[in-house]
Write a protein that binds this ligand. Sequence first.
Ligand code: FMN
Length: 202
Amino acid sequence: MAPVHVAIIYYSATGTVHALAQAAAEGAEKAGARVRLRKVAELAPPEAISAKPAWAQHLQDTADVAEAGLDDLDWADAVLFGTPARFGNPASPLRAFIETTSGLWGHGKLADKVYSAFTASNTVHGGQESTLLALGNTFYHWGGIIVPPGYTDPIQFQSGNPYGASHVDGDGPPNDVSLEAARYQARRVVDTAASLKAGRAA
Ligand SMILES: Cc1cc2nc3c(=O)[nH]c(=O)nc-3n(C[C@H](O)[C@H](O)[C@H](O)COP(=O)(O)O)c2cc1C
């Protein structure tokens, strides 16, 4: 059977979500998927970015990561979205990208795909779950098949977030547990999408 196509579409200002996105890409590739790792376009004004050296540095470090386009969504059997928590919500550059999808949505092209999401925040109770659940609202509108990690693997009992891989960067950059949770989530997404693809082809 043709490999599952997975798009990993993320926003990251200072690199935390980018690290999770890379781990998710590793997990998906290892599970046999064809993967597109895509950042969404930055929307912040240059003066805001240059006022925060870590932000400017990360933009420079990821200059070679391709930007997400609607064709990536169209191509994908499964999509993992990554975003930092921004006042308990997804970051606006990711929302802006999502708000360009109404053409695909109107043609039913976003339905029946597998969707899942991961996040990062600065504090433990800083809104990881509200951020992931807010993205889930969009997946419902799209008619998506939401695949959360739940507590379906031992890593989930260490990382602790059944809604999606999450990291608290107040504790430092993504550690082995957070990265492994992102790899595991991607693997589960690929396995589910592969079963669906095989079932539909039968
Ligand atoms: C405008 C803004 C809003 C934020 N809101 C939250 C928040 O609601 N809760 C939280 O814990 N951290 C919040 N943070 C911190 C980021 O979510 C956190 O540092 C995240 O790991 C950054 O990911 P990145 O390095 O991929 O950009 C906020 C940061 C910014 C710049």
